[in-house]
Write a protein that binds this ligand. Structure first.
Ligand SMILES: Cc1cc2nc3c(=O)[nH]c(=O)nc-3n(C[C@H](O)[C@H](O)[C@H](O)COP(=O)(O)OP(=O)(O)OC[C@H]3O[C@@H](n4cnc5c(N)ncnc54)[C@H](O)[C@@H]3O)c2cc1C
Length: 433
């Protein structure tokens, strides 16, 4: 446990006072479950209501001077040191309140605009982003460009004062609910793949943009395919240099894995699983006990690694634990917890899953049974969703394998992967056009 300096303790008390007054009213609606982008609601109305609740919590933070604690004051932030955000997050975790997806995008779009945007872009976009007035989505991944993002093929051609964009994106979280997007496009197909990409800001209402939600195994439709047909984007919406979009993209990606690795959701707590095992009289079974012990050990290790990183940040040092190590350890722990929950619930969870599937996509009218309505059913449905969803954290924000490559190179000093296409013109590479 890190002890506070007197200055930190005074700040913590202020945060506690604010949260005690404001957070409980938001806990039920803007729950943290969607902060990890996985537990989204099953109906379109519920998704919109959830997003509105996230906006409301962000607005409460902003109006009371708790949004953007480390952001410069000129962009609506508080200009404070990094330790203030750490302490505030620690206190907030007691309430389980969050701005959900909205909070994640603020943490990704904000730093990229601050580092690479023009003064006009910063003045126009940063304050409404921080207030939660405008929701942003990330239009990066494509069917053949995920881990190898620099292989993207959505094309933009300059026509007068506008870029004309054509192509397809995929896995774009909440794009169907977003007002603006950050978009990566290929503008120089003859340059090496990292050197022909441009970063654009796009109003999602521009003609030619069509988000198509993708329904997941959980029943939620959190992701989209986004089709772009002759979408015209003003040339002043370029962030950074034309063909220099990889730099702001890297800023977004670095912040994305921090946002994901640092998210705190109720399923992160091993105490929930212990309570579940006790409630269902599974806590005496050796197999379950071993699983719970593993879960407890991993949770403790994760906390200690997190504490080390926070200590480093508070004292202005470079974090001594590699970010990729933290992210992989966390995603593995999370996956194991989902698995253990279902072992505890046994056959009941499978029966509920089958019913959930019928409720979400009834094959016939007779199949359209009522959704779970008892408290017990809801509890099982929550854990079932977590189990079905348990791999998201191993993929979003960089897959576990890609983070293991990072660890091999950065932490262990092993040679880099061979990258034969690195310096070739993108058009000539096997997947070029
Ligand atoms: C919850 C969530 C939210 C997301 N939100 C967004 C979003 O808002 N916007 C957006 O643009 N994208 C989003 N994504 C997409 C995400 O960025 C990609 O899924 C991710 O980059 C992986 O790409 P891919 O799915 O194409 O898999 P691939 O890159 O095709 O990988 C397939 C498999 O190959 C492995 N692999 C790939 N390269 C290597 C390598 N060099 N070494 C070893 N193994 C390798 C991977 O680990 C994986 O197991 C989201 C994903 C998730 C899960």
């Amino acid at each position: 446990m890190i002890s506070d300096t007197p200055q930190e303790a005074a700040f913590r008390q202020k945060a506690r006072d604010f949260l005690a007054q404001h957070a409980p009213a938001h806990t039920a609606t803007a729950s943290p479950a969607a902060a990890d982008t996985t537990q989204a609601s099953h109906t379109a109305q519920a998704e919109v209501a959830h997003m509105d609740a996230c906006r409301a919590w962000q607005r409460t933070l902003y109006d009371n001077g708790w949004a953007g604690l480390t952001w410069p004051r000129e962009f609506g932030g508080q200009g404070g040191p990094a330790w203030q955000q750490i302490i505030f997050n620690e206190e907030l975790a007691h309430y389980g309140t969050s701005a959900g997806f909205l909070g994640s995008t603020i943490g990704m779009v904000g730093p990229a605009l601050m580092a690479h945007g023009t003064p006009d872009q910063q003045q126009r976009h940063l304050p409404p982003l921080l207030r939660g007035d405008i929701v942003w989505c990330q239009l990066f991944s494509e069917p053949e460009a995920g881990s190898d993002l620099a292989n993207l093929r959505t094309q933009a051609v300059l026509d007068g004062d506008e870029w004309v964009v054509n192509g397809q994106k995929v896995w774009n979280s909440s794009a169907h609910l977003s007002d603006w997007g950050i978009l990566l496009v290929r503008t120089a197909p003859d340059a090496p793949k990292h050197k022909g990409i441009t970063f654009l800001l796009v109003d999602m209402k521009t003609p030619g943009i069509e988000p198509r939600p993708l329904r997941q195994i959980t029943g939620a439709a959190h992701f989209n395919e986004v089709f772009l047909n002759d979408v015209r984007i003003p040339k002043e919406n370029v962030v950074g240099a034309v063909n220099g979009g990889w730099a702001p993209a890297r800023t977004v990606l670095a912040n994305e894995s921090m946002v994901i690795g640092g998210s705190s959701a109720r399923f992160d707590s091993c105490a929930n699983l212990i309570a579940l095992a006790q409630k269902h009289s599974q806590n005496t079974l050796p197999r379950i006990r071993q699983g719970l012990a593993q879960c407890y050990i991993r949770e403790k290790l994760l906390t200690w690694m997190g504490n080390r990183v926070q200590q480093d940040i508070r004292q202005g040092r470079r974090p001594s634990v590699d970010g990729s190590a933290l992210k992989v350890f966390w995603s593995e722990s999370r996956r194991d917890k989902g698995q253990l929950a279902v072992s505890i619930l046994g056959a009941k969870s499978v029966a509920t899953a089958a019913r959930e599937a019928i409720v979400v996509a009834p094959a016939t009218e007779a199949d359209a049974v009522a959704p779970p309505d008892t408290e017990a059913d809801e509890e099982i449905a929550l854990w079932q969703t977590e189990m079905l969803n348990r791999f998201w954290a191993s993929i979003g924000g960089g897959t576990d394998e890609v983070h293991r490559n990072n660890m091999a190179e950065r932490a262990l000093g092993l040679p880099r992967d061979l990258r034969v296409d690195k310096d070739k013109p993108w058009r000539e590479t096997s997947r070029g056009m």
